[in-house]
Design a protein around this ligand. Structure first.
Ligand SMILES: Cc1ncc(COP(=O)(O)O)c(C=O)c1O
Length: 447
């Protein structure tokens, strides 16, 4: 192994006026160069596994195109070799133009990559055919989920969207309505899908924090005196994504349940992030599920699985749900390969969500300090942070682009910059994001 010294490449920074300036980086980096067997192949983009932790890959991209001759000197070849972890690849934007660091990805909690244990479980998974119901790993996951939430049965599907659509299809007759809080996934993102697949529509409730009270639900469920508008289902979202990852307390859910019972309308919980709600409130998921006729949760979000969601309910409901799943094209054959990772996610995932919540709160505090008035850190209840950059004159899309220039990925939702913490975004990544935030905002025109 050889040691070489390299200057970090000059970093291009975008200035408010739109022009690009070159800012030399002050840091000197010592590269531990690996033996030729660990080097990238010639003239190709190559991704290497860099360490044995769950952090999946450092990307080692050659700067050469297929037609460009490869550097031949031993130094150039050395620099094209894998850069191992301790350097902190996310902080090194570019080294001699050959290596591009991974950005800090806060676009969603779905971006986590499967860890080593999940990958091993997937490799070793025993599989069958889920259409026939004989994939043993899928069946094990479904049984485990049903047991965990205290329902009779569960069904494993590729996405939370499909779980929601199946539930809506089973509960609601065509031409009938679903009562849901404003901004909820079912009534927003899925509104056209629900119309297409099931011929149903939504009545949105304007609820504080996206969490309806028993009174609001009771009022909205008053029978239509003309007997035309018929509500077949009440749906709540816990945590509520667009409202900022807000948690519904189980007592509130009990109140909503009572209102539903009085109107003889079933209650559905879109619990894509119910484990975040559970950890934040100290309420076992089963206590939430006990109030719902059916509940869905995602394995692919905070729990860290690569894919998959689970719909839980009574046996007869799940029997119908399975039929809808197959009719909608969701029979996914040897899905045990993925269910195996889901089982690991269920084991490993919930306990570490507290860390995501603390990171989100810290991120919010750092941003509030740098850009006062853009958010209230005390309103961050779980792992979702919304920043109202428009309130300080910065277009959120522009903020997103400038953050990307700084190596931080976020999304924009409801006119705000949205960032989620997750297993693959460490406390250091959060500090780094806070450090880069002012440069992005001033490039976007604030300051
Ligand atoms: C509350 C909620 N429900 C459902 C979904 C859909 O999940 P999926 O992306 O797995 O389709 C999401 C996705 O972000 C969500 O936030």
């Amino acid at each position: 192994m050889t040691q070489i010294h390299a200057m970090a490449a000059p970093k291009a920074s975008r200035k408010a006026g739109g022009h690009t300036s070159i800012r030399p980086s002050p840091i000197t980096i010592t590269l531990a160069v690996r033996t030729p067997t660990s080097m990238c192949g010639e003239n190709q983009r190559t991704t290497h596994r860099a360490d044995s932790s769950h952090r999946p890959f450092h990307h080692c991209r050659t700067a050469t195109s297929p037609n460009t001759p490869a550097p031949t000197s031993s130094t150039a070849n050395s620099i094209r070799a894998v850069l191992p972890g301790p350097l902190g690849s996310k902080t090194a934007h570019s080294i001699l133009g050959f290596v591009t660091s991974e950005p800090i990805d806060l676009r969603s909690d779905t971006v986590t990559r499967p860890d080593e244990r999940m990958r091993r479980a997937m490799y070793e998974a025993e599989v069958g055919d889920d259409w026939y119901g004989d994939d043993p790993t899928v069946n094990r996951l479904q049984e485990r989920c049903a047991e965990l939430v205290g329902k009779e049965a569960a069904i494993y599907v590729p996405t939370g969207t499909l779980a929601n659509e199946i539930a809506l299809h089973v509960f609601v007759r065509p031409g009938h309505l679903v009562l849901a809080p404003a901004g909820s996934h079912v009534s927003g993102t899925e509104v056209s899908t629900a119309a297409m697949l099931s011929g149903i529509a939504f009545v949105e409730l304007d609820a504080p924090r996206g969490q309806p009270t028993a009174e609001l639900v009771a009022e909205a469920l008053r029978p239509d005196p003309y007997d035309v508008a018929a509500v077949d289902l009440v749906s709540v979202e816990n945590t509520h994504n667009v409202a900022g990852g807000t948690v519904m307390a189980v007592d509130e859910l009990r109140g909503v349940r009572k209102s539903c019972d009085e109107a003889a309308v079933p209650l559905y919980v879109d619990g894509a992030r119910i484990f975040n709600a559970s950890i934040a409130s100290g309420t076992p998921v089963g206590e939430y599920a006990a109030e719902a006729d059916a509940l869905m949760f995602c394995l692919s979000k905070g729990l860290g699985a690569p894919i998959g969601s689970v719909l839980c309910g009574e046996t007869e409901f799940i029997r119908e749900a399975r039929r809808a799943k197959i009719l909608f094209g969701g029979a996914w054959r040897q899905a045990g390969v993925l269910a195996a990772a889901g089982l690991v996610a269920l084991e490993e995932g919930p306990d570490r969500l507290q860390e995501d919540h603390a990171n989100a709160r810290r991120l919010a505090e750092g941003i509030a300090e740098a850009s006062p008035g853009t958010l209230d850190p005390s309103a961050v209840e779980t792992n979702i942070v919304y920043v109202d950059t428009a309130s300080v004159g910065v277009d959120p899309w522009d903020a997103r682009d400038r953050l990307k220039d700084e190596g931080v990925l976020c999304s924009v939702l409801g006119g705000k910059v949205r960032m989620l913490t997750h297993r693959d975004a460490t406390a250091d990544d959060v500090e780094e994001t806070i450090r880069r935030w002012p440069a992005a905002m001033s490039a976007a025109g604030m300051g």
